[in-house]
Design a protein around this ligand. Structure first.
Ligand SMILES: Nc1ncnc2c1ncn2[C@@H]1O[C@H](COP(=O)(O)OP(=O)(O)O)[C@@H](O)[C@H]1O
Ligand SMILES: [Mg+2]
Length: 301
């Protein structure tokens, strides 16, 4: 039987990603779907209505599955956007680009009635607005809207620390300021994986020592943690609102409001690493099966 359905894939290889790739390719093959693996849009050339990866016309594939957070480039994102104008992609460019921006994500989530940290965005000329905000909020967090790994997040404890920070922010030639109310929480979060509207798994992350950020890159650690229905529904709704087929939703419990809030939706949530699998995080096969189902359905002929 000939394989008449063909997809392209670009998935990270580190931290066990190479094994995940092989499993996905095998499971797709069992459904007569061929995978052209490791297509790096960064190396592609666009020419007259086609995007070429060597001699392969990437735009003639039935779908492209893009899943590599670590090796993204501006050029790759630019071709991602172009490619998705002509073939389906997972995640869609629009949904992915949305989740790459913290303000746009919070804006959309709040618009859909999903709780987030209170936030404000203002033009950089409007430093006076920030002054007003800190009076109102007591503590806030300055966030680069396109950051990751907790990098660049700055806790502003009072007006004096805002006054100290302003000259630095002004020097950075930013277009705008995005700040969130500092949420009182227990320095742990829930990372909830969702594929195609279905709950895959949940684990927890705990900030290191006195740090208030749970990111692993900020010294945080992963621990086994179960989600309740409230958390699961919040995560599923957040993925639906942002339009991601695959999402990892970061949720914390606001001790003052006594409710769960969404901090961000990650469009390329990592599979469990070999070390995390040893800890008992055993969701990889379930996630792979849901992704294979999703691809199969999206390219049904
Ligand atoms: N408004 C907030 N109040 C308190 N802690 C926060 C707030 N926003 C983020 N954090 C902490 O900082 C971490 C990183 O923030 P996040 O918005 O997820 O950015 P990143 O993309 O860098 O991970 C979160 O995991 C959480 O521990
Ligand atoms: Mg985060």
């Amino acid at each position: 039987m000939s394989l008449n359905r063909k997809i392209g894939m670009w998935l990270y290889s580190n931290s066990g990603g190479d094994k995940i790739q092989k499993k996905i390719i095998k499971k797709l093959r069992e459904r007569d779907i061929e995978t052209i693996n490791d297509i790096r849009l960064h190396d592609c050339i666009a020419q007259n209505g086609h995007i070429y990866y060597d001699k392969l016309k990437v735009d003639k594939l039935d779908l492209f599955f893009s899943y590599n957070a670590g090796e993204q480039t501006q050029y790759q994102m630019y071709l991602y956007q172009a490619l998705n104008r002509v073939i389906p992609m997972i995640n869609s460019y629009d949904a992915f680009a949305l989740t790459e921006d913290k303000f746009h994500t919070s804006f959309v989530l709040r618009n859909e009635g999903i709780q987030t940290a209170d936030y404000k965005l203002c033009h950089r000329d409007n430093g006076a607005a920030l002054k007003k905000i800190i009076k109102q909020w007591d503590k806030m967090v300055y966030k680069p809207t396109d950051g990751w790994g907790g990098v660049g997040l700055t806790k502003i404890e009072n007006e004096a620390s805002l006054d100290m920070l302003m000259p630095f922010l002004n020097q950075m030639d930013l277009r705008y300021f995005y700040v969130e109310k500092f949420i009182k929480y227990d320095n742990t979060d829930f990372r909830v994986d969702v594929v195609d509207g279905e709950f895959v798994a949940c684990y927890g992350r705990k900030a290191n020592g006195t740090d208030w950020r749970t990111n692993i890159t900020a010294g945080g650690s992963v621990f086994m943690r179960e989600a309740n229905d409230d958390i699961i529904n919040t995560a599923i709704n957040a993925c639906k609102a942002t339009g991601v087929d695959i999402g990892g939703v970061d949720i914390i419990y606001d001790l003052e409001k006594e409710e769960y809030i969404v901090l961000e939706v990650n469009g390329i949530p990592a599979f469990a690493t070999p070390e995390q699998e040893k800890m008992g995080l055993d969701f990889n096969n379930k996630k792979i099966d849901l992704i294979v189902d999703l691809i199969d359905r999206k390219i049904a002929k």
